[in-house]
Design a protein around this ligand. Structure first.
Ligand code: APR
Length: 233
């Protein structure tokens, strides 16, 4: 392996599982009792805004009852101490990376604690419940919705992510099933540009064969051990 300077870390629901947040593709394929297509598509929002808004209100409120785990804490330490470049990209809409101390993770699939205006595109921090037809503070229209990237919508900040992946020496994927693109394709882009690729997951992901190295186990154990090793050189 060439010397490591720039690292990109991609996280998914598995990193928050030990904090008590349900993953998406658990047994039964339900997310908190709902089919993903009933709460995570533009069509679902148009069909039943009350259900969709309430679903994310509950998820947002639940954040107060969970805390970062050892994996989030270890990545925050890496963020603080790694002398090279580090980009943490998360598919998660929780705030556990930030609460552990990570400086500026990219939330490519949006954030529970943010509201998006479907009319003017304004995004702003949001802590409370968000009923349908709440007025936007910028354009005034009753168009605020959860700031969640639904299936069929374009993830945030893809240009920055693509640039960081092209420049990285090490790409690390933690706690994601590799079922959802574009994130599932990051490993192949990283390989294309010559990065070493490492996966840490409870089970082999759908893209496991694309990684140079796979470590199977719980993020709360694997990630702190990996961070210790990387910082020790
Ligand atoms: N440690 C490590 N990995 C774990 C743990 C754990 N403690 N618990 C579960 N996992 C793994 C599972 O084995 C699974 O491969 O985490 C992965 C979680 O996969 P998903 O539930 O599919 O979550 P994710 O990959 O983040 O989903 C991607 O799908 O619905 C969309 O937008 C949503 O961001 C989400 C995207």
């Amino acid at each position: 392996m060439t010397e490591i300077r720039n690292i990109v870390v991609l996280t998914g629901a598995g990193i928050s599982a030990e904090s008590g947040i349900a993953t998406f593709r658990g047994p039964g394929g339900l997310w908190e009792g709902h089919r993903v297509e009933d709460v995570c598509t533009p069509e679902a929002l148009a069909r039943d805004p009350v259900l969709v808004h309430r679903f994310y209100d509950e998820r947002r409120a639940a954040l107060a009852r969970v805390a970062p785990n050892a994996a989030h804490v270890a990545l925050a330490r890496l963020d603080a101490e790694w002398p090279g470049g580090l980009l943490i990209v998360t598919q998660n809409v929780d705030d556990l990376h930030e609460r552990a101390g990570a400086k500026r993770p990219i939330h490519m699939h949006g954030e529970l604690k943010s509201a998006l205006c479907a009319h003017c595109g304004d995004r702003r921090a949001w802590e409370a419940a968000l009923p349908p037809a709440t007025e936007c503070g910028r354009c005034g229209l009753p168009a605020l919705r959860p700031d969640i990237v639904f299936f069929g919508e374009i993830p945030y900040r893809m240009d920055e992510i693509d640039t960081a992946i092209a420049d990285c020496d090490l790409f690390v994927s933690i706690g994601t099933s590799g079922a959802v693109y574009p994130a599932a394709g990051f490993v192949r882009t990283a390989r294309h540009w010559g990065a070493h690729t490492l996966e840490m997951n409870l089970d082999p992901s759908e893209g496991s064969l694309f990684f140079d190295e796979t470590r199977l186990g719980r993020a709360g154990e694997l990630v702190p051990a990996w961070v210790n090793a990387v910082l020790a050189g």
